[in-house]
Design a protein around this ligand. Structure first.
Ligand code: G3H
Ligand code: 13P
Ligand code: ZN
Length: 349
């Protein structure tokens, strides 16, 4: 099946009351791991590439691999998404290449570090929405700022520094016409999210509930949603790694989010941990091995296991065959004729 619009995936997820994992990729083995998991669990899936990933893989290699994944797995709806686009130009280049979805992360300036003003964020996001929707491509925006830094991208600091203001979330959704809205509720990118096991109060789930109440039909996105499982940390440390004790986002909190409007859940770190642990194990236990397949195969298998587990936990498992893909051209018509209007339903406080 051709790559499908992320908007279609999220609309279907909203109808079915489940979430869809968005998993980051940089290479063939990660794409294969995701597709093996999607096939096994019969899941629709969002595959996403950061700017760093596109650069690492020389863009076209990665995109052709995604096209191969779609061709080899015709029964799986796949949306290809630009993660954390830092500018109009970055988003445009992804759209021109054939990505079916982009994130314009205008919460930060184009340097990917400095928090932007509300007006700057609205302006650049609105511009991306215009270009994308004319071509049937989905847009995710971000209001509020996540913590942490990945690959030079991020404001740094704690996830609690710039929590989304629900009033601004409403105004942002109205002014930009985004299809999906990433909100900051205390999560951050990377392995070091929390220094103790987070209880229910650490994540600002009350903010999420307030936003969902006011924007009941808007697809919400949770970034920084790796759970950083202890067993994956332990494998890395057992085989010579040096991770400090850390906690991620409990899956139960994500599931609470899914019951309250969260439709896209971003996961990268858990897969990085799984891959690294599996490779370290082979290196430590069989130092005589040097064929990359001897460690890339277990690494791919370890990532597949994590992704399949998340697919079941997020509820997308079993939904791959629920719907037929709508072409990107048809989606573009929907934006034009208003049937896919992105003006959000806003309810009183
Ligand atoms: O946004 C964070 C993702 O984990 C991607 O990270 O920019 O290091 O590829 P990256
Ligand atoms: P994690 O670092 O928690 O996996 O978050 C990934 C992410 O939000 C990618 O955009
Ligand atoms: Zn993110």
């Amino acid at each position: 099946m051709p790559l499908v619009s992320m908007r279609q995936l999220l609309d279907e997820a909203a109808k079915g009351g489940y979430g869809v994992g968005a998993f980051n990729v940089n290479d063939m083995e990660q794409i294969q791991a995701i597709m093996m998991a999607a096939k096994e669990t019969k899941s629709p899936v969002i595959v996403q590439a950061s700017r760093g990933a596109r650069q690492f893989a020389e863009d076209l290699y990665l995109f052709r691999l995604i096209q191969a994944a779609a061709e080899l797995n015709p029964e799986i709806p796949i949306a290809m998404h630009q993660d954390h686009g830092n500018s109009y130009e970055t988003c445009k280049s992804a759209i021109d290449l054939g990505y079916t979805s982009v994130m314009m992360d205008g919460s930060l300036k184009a340097d990917g570090k400095t928090p932007a003003s509300f007006d700057e964020n609205v302006e650049v996001t609105r511009k991306v929405v215009e270009y994308a929707h004319e071509r049937g491509v989905t847009v995710e925006g971000e209001i509020g700022v996540l913590g942490g830094v990945e690959d030079g991208h991020g404001a740094g600091g704690s996830g609690l520094d710039h929590i989304t203001d629900p009033d601004q979330a409403v105004e942002f959704a109205e002014k930009t016409g985004v299809d999906a809205l990433a909100i900051a509720i205390g999560t951050s990118h990377g392995a070091y999210k929390f220094t103790k096991k987070p209880d229910g109060s650490v994540l600002k789930m009350d903010v999420l509930l307030a936003i969902h109440k006011r924007l009941p039909n808007t697809h919400l996105v949770m970034h920084g949603s790796s759970s950083v499982p202890k067993d994956l940390q332990d494998i890395i440390n057992k085989y010579g790694g040096n991770l400090k004790e850390t906690w991620g986002v409990p899956v139960e909190e994500i599931q609470l989010g899914i019951r309250n409007g969260v439709r896209k859940i971003n996961v990268d770190t858990d897969n990085r941990l799984a891959i690294t642990g599996a490779i370290r194990k082979v290196f430590a236990e069989t130092p005589e091995k040097f064929d990359p397949r001897d460690y890339l195969k277990p690494a791919r298998e370890a990532m597949k296991k994590v992704v399949a587990q998340r697919m079941v936990e997020f509820g997308q498992a079993g939904h791959a065959g629920d719907y037929s893909p709508v072409s990107i051209e048809q989606i573009a018509k929907g934006y034009k004729d208003g049937s896919l209007s992105t003006q959000p339903l806003v309810t009183a406080k």
